[in-house]
Design a protein around this ligand. Structure first.
Ligand code: FES
Ligand SMILES: [Fe+2]
Length: 371
């Protein structure tokens, strides 16, 4: 067998990409005047909400001697460290007061900053921008603001419903992401009597095309075993249903399903928490099922079952991955996973050289697999 026919060996690097927005936590978990801990890319954060309702993110360590700021007292405007009472502006981290200073000591308090991160609320989540390079945890400079706003779910009408699901996965970001885009595990992991069995496996053919920083599964009639499709079929005329699925670096999977005036749109992210742990957040928006009261409930039920099956699988997979085995990625079922690794490498290469990112796909590609 010629070498090129053998599956490619692939080592994941678990490298976490800085310079992007990441989902930190569901917005409904932090009320006005509250502080919550979060971790992104091994950066401990405190996420809070000021008295006017605006969210903010600080590094969870006081720039004085490292006391966690989630233990601070918070008056809805400034945080007061629990150790020596230094006070910081919640939104930019600027020091407001050092209580131990005497009247004749002229330390410029306002030149001291706690680590602060751009924070935005979008579609039910607090997002935090992790800059590149990472800021020092304490210092004398104000943070810069990201050029791009936090990613949004695409919506096609003014009124819609929104729901989210979140699950921790005990695997690195790379395994979380390639698990998310893997088309071949469905019949084995997502079996259910009301859904499908391994005997329903059939050949599929899908067209992919390059898009900036990612790739798209071109608009097609959704696979008969996709969850939202099954629900949509209860509602709209099956012939008119099309779906588009995009993957975009660092971790975004967008799926848009349209059926005439009805639409379903989701933005799923896999967020690196540490090198060995990630979290999947599925946020969906839709404008159907309004006359069908069980719709939202059913949708959540189906999704949570799916996500739980993936989580359980990855928990087991983590056991096998503990000692860093080499992995074999095959064509065509693992081609999206290969594109992900190539995109990531191209992104890092462009960053190193300061040049344009060279997209690994030169044009449209058709992939075939059985699932
Ligand atoms: S450690 Fe925070 S004020 Fe000293
Ligand atoms: Fe899955």
């Amino acid at each position: 067998m010629p070498q090129s026919d053998l599956p490619q060996r692939q080592a994941t690097d678990a490298l976490m990409l800085t310079g992007f927005w990441y989902r930190a936590l569901p917005a409904d978990r932090v009320g006005r005047g509250q502080l919550r801990q979060a971790m992104l890319l091994e950066v401990p954060l405190v996420i809070g909400r000021d008295r006017s309702g605006r969210a903010f993110a600080l590094r969870d360590a006081c720039p004085h001697r490292g006391m966690p700021l989630h233990c601070a007292s918070f008056n809805g405007e400034n945080l007061e460290c629990a150790y020596h009472g230094w006070q910081f502006d919640a939104h930019n981290g600027q020091c407001q007061l050092i209580p131990s200073l005497t009247g004749d000591q002229n330390l410029q308090v306002d030149r001291i900053y706690a680590g602060s991160y751009a924070c935005a609320e979008q579609d039910g989540f607090a997002w935090v921008y992790i800059p590149d390079p990472a800021p020092e945890s304490a210092g004398y400079s104000k943070r810069g603001d990201p050029a791009e706003p936090a990613p949004q779910i695409e919506k096609f009408s003014d009124t819609y419903k929104l729901a989210y699901l979140t699950a921790d996965m005990p695997v690195s970001i790379d395994h979380g992401i390639i698990g998310l885009m893997d088309p071949a595990h469905g019949p084995f992991v997502h079996q259910a009597w009301w859904w499908r069995s391994r005997h329903s496996i059939h050949e599929k053919k899908k067209n992919f095309e390059p898009i900036p920083n990612g790739f798209r599964m071109s608009a097609h009639t959704p696979s008969s075993n996709s969850a939202p499709y099954q629900l949509l079929r209860l509602y709209a005329d099956a012939d008119s249903i099309t779906t588009t699925i995009d993957f975009v670096l660092p971790n975004l999977r967008r799926e848009v399903i349209r059926a005439g005036k009805y639409w379903f749109s989701s933005l799923t992210t896999v967020t690196p928490i540490t090198r060995h742990q990630c979290r999947i957040d599925v946020v969906a928006a839709w404008n159907m099922f309004r006359r069908f009261p069980l719709g939202a409930w059913l949708l959540k039920l189906v999704f949570s079952k799916f996500v739980e099956q993936d989580r359980r699988t990855m928990e087991l997979q983590a056991e096998g991955l503990k000692h860093n085995p080499h992995l074999l990625l095959i064509d065509d079922a693992d081609r999206p996973a290969k594109w992900y690794f190539q995109l990531k490498a191209a992104h890092l290469q462009a960053k190193r050289t300061g040049g344009e990112m060279k997209h690994p796909m030169s044009g449209p590609v058709t992939l075939k697999w059985r699932s």
